[in-house]
Ligand binder design. Structure first.
Ligand SMILES: Nc1ncnc2c1ncn2[C@@H]1O[C@H](COP(=O)(O)OP(=O)(O)OP(=O)(O)O)[C@@H](O)[C@H]1O
Ligand SMILES: [Mg+2]
Length: 215
């Protein structure tokens, strides 16, 4: 039904966390999900291997190869699942560009520091370049405030800074201990802490994403 890529130039901003937890939320919503781990670090596959939850059943490693490999894998996965998520490496690699060439939606997580904002502009331009190459409205592009400390001035200011970039901003994911704990247990937040605020945040994000890809 839909291919969703998570991308960002900055390391550690929450790309894999968002990809993995969206997979958990979509699975809980009854969707079939495949996650393509296209980052050579394979953090998502490592996370999945720690436990026996949703991720252990839906994460597939994509090894480097020619430029077509990722796109071909994503199209095959799309035939088999409702939602295909692609986790990409940090930086502005060819992998990120290939993901943007095949995705219906690209999510760009962004943290609250000015350096995060600077980095997200670079990857936004890369996604726009892919859209120009496709001569289409795809991929749709959305910003996701990530690792936000909502009780700080920087956190509160992030929404307006992101909106100034001219792309829609999706519900934020806060910086929360339970998110890291879930990953350590090999589980998604939905499985590890179903009553947590973090779960509510990821659920909101998944619903917002579903609305976009259903259009
Ligand atoms: N919302 C959050 N709250 C708490 N910890 C988080 C949150 N998001 C991510 N983390 C933690 O921050 C670290 C980096 O997150 P993650 O691996 O998702 O980032 P990334 O952008 O995929 O990094 P990389 O660029 O290296 O692939 C991980 O240890 C993760 O558990
Ligand atoms: Mg990652």
């Amino acid at each position: 039904m839909a291919i969703i890529a998570v991308a960002g130039r900055k390391g550690g901003i929450g790309k894999s966390t968002i990809a993995g937890n969206l997979a958990g939320e979509f699975a809980a919503m009854g969707r079939s999900v495949i996650v393509l781990d296209a980052d050579p670090q394979h953090s998502l596959a490592d996370w999945a291997a720690q436990g026996e939850g949703v991720l252990s059943r839906c994460v597939e490693k994509v090894k480097g190869g020619n430029a077509e490999t990722l796109r071909a894998k994503a199209r095959t996965a799309e035939q088999a699942a409702d939602i295909v998520l692609i986790d990409t490496p940090p930086g502005m690699s060819d992998t990120t560009y290939q993901a943007a060439l095949v995705a219906d939606l690209v999510l760009l997580p962004c943290g609250p520091s000015p350096l995060d904002l600077f980095a997200v502009k670079g990857v936004l331009n890369l996604a726009l370049k892919a859209r120009a190459e496709r001569r289409s409205k795809r991929p749709r592009i959305r910003l996701v405030p990530s690792r936000v400390m909502l009780n700080t001035n920087l956190g509160r200011g992030l929404f307006s800074s992101l909106e100034e970039m001219g792309k829609k901003v999706l519900p934020a994911i806060g910086q929360r201990v339970v998110v890291a704990e879930a990953a350590t247990s090999g589980l998604t937040v939905c499985e590890y802490a179903p009553n947590s605020v973090a779960h509510v945040e990821f659920e909101k994000l998944a619903k917002a994403v579903e609305k976009i890809v259903a259009r």
